[in-house]
Design a protein around this ligand. Structure first.
Ligand SMILES: Cc1cc2nc3c(=O)[nH]c(=O)nc-3n(C[C@H](O)[C@H](O)[C@H](O)COP(=O)(O)OP(=O)(O)OC[C@H]3O[C@@H](n4cnc5c(N)ncnc54)[C@H](O)[C@@H]3O)c2cc1C
Length: 461
């Protein structure tokens, strides 16, 4: 950015909302990319030149006009809890920090939360519960994470065992975006159109409002069950996950020694055992505890789920928080994101164990994937070098285990790219100069090389 660029920016926002101090630039250019040793190395020196902190949609619009006119790259930031360097600016320029746009506008009588982009999921959950609703699914970072960051960067979480991923069942009711053009257009996307920007990492529009469908409120309870080995724990967890008569939000199982990484829980975690965590309707707690009998398992923790929270929740140790606890215990560990087969998972586990032993530790999150209860997994794996990690990813593919690779920093490589090119086509229309999170949608860079910048492109098939 040039001095003229900075002068132009100073005409839009007051000085205290334009960040140029080195230490702040560094922290606001980062997310949890360091979970991946590959990204930790490759993205270490990527920094914004400035961070702009708008407080209103009108200011966002003004900042877009500025960036478009002066060809300044823009990386949008919510709470910065993403895992894949999604909001790390790889081409310098401006970080658009939307944290101040955090209002919940309305919970409609039919259960839709209408929110600013950086409204925290934890706050939405709290507001929704007060009027008889709750989030359908949320990431384990929900206390801090913003709703638009979840839509643009996340995929699902607690609740996905019932409601599927964020992209399913119309959970994202509508997204309103501003385009990156000389005169930004405001477009409300609903129905199938949401897939143009859902999980697009902020590459093709600035989400300024999210409408999220909610679920009727349930009073939840938490319970942990230990089994002598992972096989028994998996069988039990799968049986509960598949049993539709249990109302549930969480069905998770961990191979030992993963439970040993949960430092604050060690007072009740039994040594050398596999562990399963559940959130079920509180009036079904006893039924679940009864189901443990005759499976060789033992109930080792029970607690009500209080909202607002008082004390830690079991879900603070699930989803990608599991990886965080593992990394704290042993920095040579990292993770993968896998989809095991609903019918062949046991044989896939055996093959992985035979090849990698203790370097591949099972952490399974049951989710409903397109209506089918599926053992999703975030295994904790040992990193020794890139080749070994690649071998794990390749071998998973060979034995039919899907991998959404969390060690790449571009959309097409991350395993959640839709092959209908909806996001690419949207970017061609909404961000013709390729200024939004440049480098993260590689197909767009390639398409620009073919036709030159910023000519509009023909609509891809
Ligand atoms: C410990 C840990 C546990 C996690 N668990 C889960 C989990 O269970 N499930 C899950 O899905 N994810 C999980 N994540 C990832 C992440 O926390 C969530 O996806 C979260 O919802 C991201 O929200 P955020 O506000 O922090 O987004 P950010 O990290 O700020 O941004 C994420 C992406 O969205 C883009 N973006 C942000 N705001 C906008 C906007 N207004 N318009 C357009 N693009 C935007 C950014 O540019 C970036 O590409 C986890 C991460 C950690 C570190």
């Amino acid at each position: 950015m040039t001095t003229a660029d900075f002068n132009a920016l100073a005409r839009i926002l007051p000085e205290d909302r334009i960040v140029t101090a080195a230490s702040q630039l560094e922290s606001l250019s980062r997310d949890f990319y360091w979970y991946s040793p590959v990204l930790k190395r490759d993205l270490a020196n990527k920094l914004a030149e400035v961070v702009a902190r708008p407080r209103t949609v009108e200011e966002v619009r003004e900042l877009i006009r500025f960036a478009y006119a002066r060809r300044v790259p823009v990386t949008i930031r919510g709470a910065g809890t993403g895992n894949y360097g999604q909001c790390i600016p790889t081409h310098g320029g401006m970080v658009l920090d939307l944290a101040s746009l955090d209002r919940i506008h309305e919970i409609t009588p039919d259960g839709v939360a209408v929110c600013d982009p950086a409204a925290r999921l934890g706050s939405i959950e709290q507001a929704a519960r007060q009027v008889g609703w709750e989030l359908r699914c949320y990431p384990s970072t929900f206390v801090k994470a913003g709703v638009a960051g979840f839509c643009a960067g996340g995929s699902g979480g607690i609740g996905s065992i019932t409601w599927g991923g964020l992209r399913e069942n119309g959970t994202v009711h509508a997204l309103t975006i501003l385009t990156m053009e000389a005169e930004p257009r405001e477009i409300r996307l609903s129905g199938q159109d949401i897939f143009k920007v859902l999980h697009a990492w902020g590459t093709n529009g600035v989400i300024v409002q999210v409408e999220l469908r909610l679920a009727p409120r349930t009073n939840w309870a938490q319970i942990a069950v230990a089994h002598p080995d992972f096989s028994a724990s998996f069988d039990f967890t799968e049986a509960i996950a598949r049993n539709e008569s249990f109302k549930k939000r969480l069905a998770t199982t961990f191979e030992w020694p993963i439970p040993s990484y949960f430092a604050p829980l060690q007072k009740w975690v039994p040594k050398d055992k596999a562990l399963a965590f559940f959130e079920v309707a509180d009036d079904q707690l006893q039924r679940l505890a009864d189901a443990v009998a005759n499976t060789g398992g033992e109930v080792c923790f029970v607690a009500p789920f209080t909202e607002p929270r008082r004390g830690p929740l079991l879900s603070d140790y699930t989803w990608n928080h599991t990886t965080l606890w593992a990394l704290k215990a042993d920095p040579s560990l990292t993770y993968l994101q896998c989809g095991f087969s609903p019918t062949e998972a046991r044989s896939q586990f055996r093959k992985l164990k035979a090849r990698y032993g203790a370097d591949f530790l099972f952490h399974v999150e049951f989710t409903k994937w397109e209506g089918v209860v599926t053992p999703g997994a975030i295994p904790v794996v040992r990193y020794t070098n890139d080749e070994y990690l690649q071998d794990m990813i390749r071998f998973c593919g060979e034995i039919g285990v899907g991998v959404a690779n969390p060690h790449v920093n571009f959309l097409e490589g991350s395993g959640r790219w839709r092959h209908d090119a909806a996001k690419l086509v949207a970017k061609q229309s909404y961000d013709p100069r390729g200024l939004l999170n440049p480098g993260k949608m590689r197909g767009f860079a390639a398409s620009l090389e073919q036709v030159g910048d910023p000519a509009p492109l023909p609509v891809a098939a």
